[in-house]
Design a protein around this ligand. Sequence first.
Ligand code: APR
Length: 244
Amino acid sequence: MREDILQASRLIREAHLVVALTGAGVSVESGIPPFRGKGGLWERLDPMEFAHIDAFLRNPARVWDILVREMKDIVDRALPNSAHLALARLEKMGDLAAVITQNIDGLHQAAGNRDVIEFHGSFARQRCMKCGKIVPTHLVSLKSLPPRCECGGILRPDCVFFGEAIPLEALTRSQELSSNCDVMLVIGTSAEVQPAASMPRIAKYAGARIIEINTEPTPLTASYSDLWLKGRAGEVLESLLSSL
Ligand code: APR
């Protein structure tokens, strides 16, 4: 067993409150591409042109056609992988209080985690921009774009576009958990996008130990992470589970 994994499991065992912050790297093994780095979505599409609220309002049909259609195809088919399942086991064992996720694929809930904070909302739901009705994404037909609600309003993903605020409840609960946790597992995120990337910093300043699980180093690794468990989220989390 890797020494760093043993150290991490000791920290988790001694902790009263463990919180996870997850990013796209957790869902890579479910077939959902990350945003940055090798094969990242933003290597092919300019996020400011397709994932910014102003771009959506300017031309919803184009954003649906280029970005949302692809996301829908991928998310409709995606299943939880060993990383999601390991985090659900950790919660069941009482070793994980909540997951703050930047991901919009709904896979943490599908894996069984009950306390999941959707920091960037969820792509599993579409919301009518006129009447506010929520429609499950897999029920939305793409025959005509942009898809519309029965009331005639345009449907939009119920997630946070660039240029939009984080849902207040998600933000305040995440800040509270980050300020009170003893250990934060930071898994599969490039830690570049604010305000999500502030959560590990808030935790660190409040005295928590930061355990980073990532295939690559991030801006957190050198200055905030107490441990960097290098590797794929699924494998590392399974090893961590077996050492607890
Ligand atoms: N296991 C662990 N980490 C992985 C794996 C893996 N199998 N594959 C990739 N990674 C790591 C990469 O090294 C990178 O650090 O996951 C991270 C993915 O980074 P991003 O693609 O930037 O995803 P994320 O950090 O979630 O992006 C944050 O940016 O575009 C916005 O709203 C979007 O929520 C997203 C936010």
